[in-house]
Design a protein around this ligand. Sequence first.
Ligand SMILES: [Fe+2]
Length: 267
Amino acid sequence: MIDIHNHILPGIDDGPRNWDEALELARNAVANGITTVIATPHHAHEQFHNPAEGVIALTEQMNERLNQEAIPLQVLTGQEIRVHHELLDRWEQGASGELLTLSGTKYMLIELPSGRVPEGTEELIYELTLKGITPIIAHPERNRELAADIGQLQRLVDSGALAQVTAHSLVGIFGRGVEKAAWAMCRQGLIHFVASDAHHATRRYFCLREAYDAVRDKMGDQAVNYYKRNAQLLLNNGTIEQQVFEATASSDGAWGKVKQLFGRSKK
Ligand SMILES: [Fe+2]
């Protein structure tokens, strides 16, 4: 399995504090069935600033350490970039080498503050797409405004964004409200990726397998295949298609038949 959002690099954000913790988290990823991760340390965040150069160097070191320890995991470069007013300018001034997309593809992981959707986010998304970038909104189900009004996420997707749900949200670790919002977003076709957002081997671990099991239970194999295929397509810099899962509830409340409606393609 491929994980497109996690904090596996040591000592640069709220992920592992040192190499021991990072290697423990890497072993946790392998035990979870993961072969490739895109490291996405926080950037342009109130507390964490991790420009490209440092992330690239640390990713190289991480792969060397994994090799030495015979841990079969590949780590690729990325960032989780907090939305801010200068983001577009920073990207246009690419020579500064500050921002990273996910593994050098056209896909960029962006993070909204947890409480609100900043003014101008729709415009930012649209402007990024004009520059050839497809922004991926990290865990919209954990944003209070989007969780309360899924129509707002629809507008961001209509502006050209994709969205990633966090594994822990699907298995209820962030509470019932976040879990409900996560499933509603998945069923409405507003989620394109499932990722771990792993930070720590015990507190916030890789639970991608458990999340995919939950997706299988509630939405069927086709949904699991859709999310897994999208992670691979992302690595290949391919095109992600929107897929709406319209399910009918069976008598026990589980989601039964899964109907796929093929939407428009994302450029
Ligand atoms: Fe994250």
